[in-house]
Design a protein around this ligand. Structure first.
Ligand code: GSH
Length: 144
């Protein structure tokens, strides 16, 4: 079965250095909302594929965003995030997540005797949420 994204126009990602997740941004080159998201992604050096769609005549957008609007960010697993403000928030949060999860993971790895959880319960909750995500599980440092 061919998905809407497969049949759409694909452009190389605009990010340059880091490929964090296989993200696709459904958009149009004329949309200022799409541009806003592309600028944020470029500034954060996030790699993604820009999928161009006709905002006035594409069912493909509706498959990911029931509002039929762009931008719509589609994750590797197919989950979609839409509305440029939500996407920008999501990207920011996502990067913060990654940094945070890596730091606390490193603490556990290198300094298992440091009980940072006792004094940082919110951080511990964040850590536990992140630690079960496939991206964190797959890249976790070796167990002692
Ligand atoms: N509040 C939305 C606005 C998005 C929006 O209006 N996008 C326009 C393109 S610039 C669109 O997809 N229009 C198609 C439609 O309204 O059906 C956002 O910030 O993402």
């Amino acid at each position: 079965m061919t998905s809407a994204l497969d049949s759409a126009t694909l452009l190389p990602g605009c990010g340059r250095a880091i490929k964090l997740i296989g993200m696709k941004l459904i958009g149009s080159l004329a949309s200022p909302y799409v541009r806003k998201v592309r600028v944020v992604m470029a500034e954060k050096k996030l790699d993604f594929q820009l999928v161009l769609e006709d905002v006035w005549g594409s069912d493909a957008i509706l498959q990911s965003n029931p509002l039929g609007k762009v931008p719509c960010l589609v994750m590797e697993g197919g989950e979609a995030v839409f509305d440029s403000r939500v996407i920008v928030e999501y990207l920011h949060y996502s990067l913060a997540d990654i940094a945070l999860g890596c730091v606390t993971g490193y603490l556990d790895f290198r300094f298992p005797d440091v009980d940072w959880r006792a004094h940082h319960r919110h951080l511990a909750r964040h850590h536990d949420k992140l630690a079960v995500r496939p991206s964190f599980v797959d890249t976790a440092p070796p167990k002692a």
